[in-house]
Design a protein around this ligand. Structure first.
Ligand SMILES: Nc1nc2c(ncn2[C@@H]2O[C@H](COP(=O)(O)OP(=O)(O)O)[C@@H](O)[C@H]2O)c(=O)[nH]1
Ligand SMILES: [Mg+2]
Length: 176
């Protein structure tokens, strides 16, 4: 009887051990799967974060300012830009601007200043209106010593100041 009982106990122990091994194994497999899933989810989040950081970096690019430099031909626009940009190559006085000329430099506080000089002869003046959009400041260069062309200057200035796109743009008149 005692033998039978201990046999029965042994059976029970074996049975419970099997149950424990199965449940334990299941738990280990379940926990491992959960851990792997957690790991991949974290990795995915990190990658998304990195992508987001890249996007933020793109929008963190230095601010740009567009300064339009206009004036009649020979008014001194190129000379004005040349004096602003110290790195520019030495310039011959006979240089004439064909179409347009852009000089860019950064300020100490990291703003990119783009100076757009558009040719000032009559043939180019008709294209000035194509360059007005998104202007932050307009520099109008005048040859103050040339009284003969003053009416031409006033005409062009009036035309510019009437343009819708320049209503909130500060004008800076520069006389040489
Ligand atoms: N005397 C004098 N001549 C200047 C001055 N600025 C420019 N010039 C001369 O004026 C001419 C036309 O200048 P430029 O800058 O090419 O004029 P832009 O056509 O308006 O670009 C050149 O011969 C320059 O050397 C200035 O401040 N004083
Ligand atoms: Mg010029």
């Amino acid at each position: 009887m005692e033998f039978k009982l201990s046999n029965l106990k042994l059976d029970k122990v074996i049975k419970w051990s099997k149950v424990l091994v199965i449940v334990g194994g299941g738990l280990v497999i379940g926990l491992s799967t959960y851990a792997v899933m957690l790991y991949y989810n974290r990795k995915k989040e990190t990658l998304t974060d990195e992508g987001f950081e890249d996007n933020v970096k793109l929008s963190d690019e230095p601010p740009e300012r567009k300064i339009l430099v206009l004036g009649l031909d020979g008014a001194g626009k190129s000379s004005f830009l040349h004096n602003l940009s110290k790195t520019a190559a030495p310039r011959k006085t006979s240089d004439k601007t064909c179409g347009f000329n852009i000089v860019s430099f950064s300020t100490e506080n990291g703003i990119n200043m783009n100076f757009w000089e558009i040719g000032g002869s009559e043939i180019f003046r008709r294209y000035w209106s194509n360059f007005l959009l998104d202007t932050d400041v307009l520099v109008f260069v005048v040859d103050a010593t040339d009284a003969r062309r003053l009416s031409e200057v006033v005409f062009e200035l009036h035309k510019l100041s009437a343009d819708e796109r320049l209503q909130k743009v500060p004008f800076f008149n520069f006389g040489k």
